[in-house]
Write a protein that binds this ligand. Structure first.
Ligand code: CP
Length: 315
């Protein structure tokens, strides 16, 4: 395995291997000296054409904790503004000795384009491409679920766990990656959202579809994962207005208070508080939103370690 482009490319064994490696990385992160020499002398680039806080910083921290040298490229302030192409940007970075590219791009398929090109030799990790995939977010979420739900083995799968993903599924690479990975791990995955924000493939992607959030929540789920309304990807009006969306599809304080006290609340971030999720839900003891961010560092350390230290000769 040379690249990580899609959660759907990971077998159950590969997924469990990365999750279990992440447990070891959590051990490193709990030490006073949070450092391993694994990637000493290796150079990794964060190649971000789209904004990010969690993914970019956690990949940077993860690479540094493995002793790699890290350079950060953001499209703003680079020669992309002078018209330089993706190919020439990659060729330029690789000419400087960069071995791994962590790619976030607004174009679905950008990471695949680099990974499959004969002009690039770098290992490519997809850090979110358009509405397509965000595999390390799904690994982070799976690790968080496995560690947060009572009765699950620390090293096992998610068989029988019921996960509800709510909101703007259509534009969400997080939803697509989570559906892929959760199903590989044996979870039951349901989607809930307005018809305009569900992809036409929704019924084949998920085990169940809800068009009413209260009905969905009443069915009982171990995990309720709220998604951000991705206004920046909407070129027309998908919902009448924000207040109506929040009323029909938001995890309000009232809806949150009706949930079982063991139901986990998740959100990949960034959150629109008061729109898709209330502060009462986001800041509650059932919320794992901060844990998701913390686990992101361990998961990204595990992915970098697997691809660059364990399997660097692989194709
Ligand atoms: N979840 C996530 O991808 O957040 P960022 O956009 O801040 O990286």
């Amino acid at each position: 395995m040379k690249h990580l482009l899609s959660a759907g490319d990971l077998s159950l064994d590969q997924t469990l291997e990365i999750l279990n490696l992440s447990l070891e990385m959590q051990g490193v992160n709990s030490r006073d000296v949070k450092k391993l020499p694994a990637l000493n002398g290796r150079t990794v680039a964060n190649l971000f054409f789209e904004d990010s806080t969690r993914t970019r910083f956690s990949f940077e921290i993860a690479a540094k904790r493995l002793s790699a040298d890290v350079v950060n490229f953001t499209a703003k302030g680079s020669s992309v503004s002078k018209g330089e192409s993706l190919k020439d940007t990659v060729l330029t970075l690789e000419a400087m000795g960069i071995e791994a590219l962590i790619v976030r791009h607004h174009h679905s398929g950008a990471a695949n384009t680099i990974a499959q090109a004969d002009w690039s030799k770098a290992t490519v990790i997809n850090a979110g491409d358009g509405t397509h995939q965000h595999p390390t977010q799904a690994l982070t979420d799976a690790l968080t679920i496995r560690q947060s739900l009572k009765g699950l083995k620390d090293t096992g799968d998610l068989k029988g766990i019921r996960v509800l993903i709510v909101g703007d599924i259509l534009h969400s690479r997080v939803a697509r990656s989570n559906i892929d990975l959760l199903k590989t791990l044996g979870a039951y995955v349901a989607l809930a959202g307005p018809a305009t924000l569900l992809p036409s493939s929704a019924t084949s992607l998920a085990d169940e579809i809800y068009h009413n959030l209260d009905e969905a929540l009443a069915s009982g789920f171990d995990v309720v994962m709220m998604l951000r309304m991705q206004m920046e990807r909407m070129n027309s009006s998908f919902v009448p207005n924000a207040i109506e969306y929040s009323t029909l599809w938001g995890l309000s304080a009232v809806r949150f208070s009706g949930l079982n006290s063991s139901t986990l609340i998740m959100h990949p971030g960034p959150m629109n508080r008061g729109l898709e999720i209330s502060s009462e839900a986001a800041d509650s003891s059932q919320s794992r939103i901060v844990a998701q961010v913390a686990n992101g560092v361990a998961v990204r350390m595990a992915v970098l370690y697997k691809l660059l230290a364990q399997e660097s000769g692989a194709k």
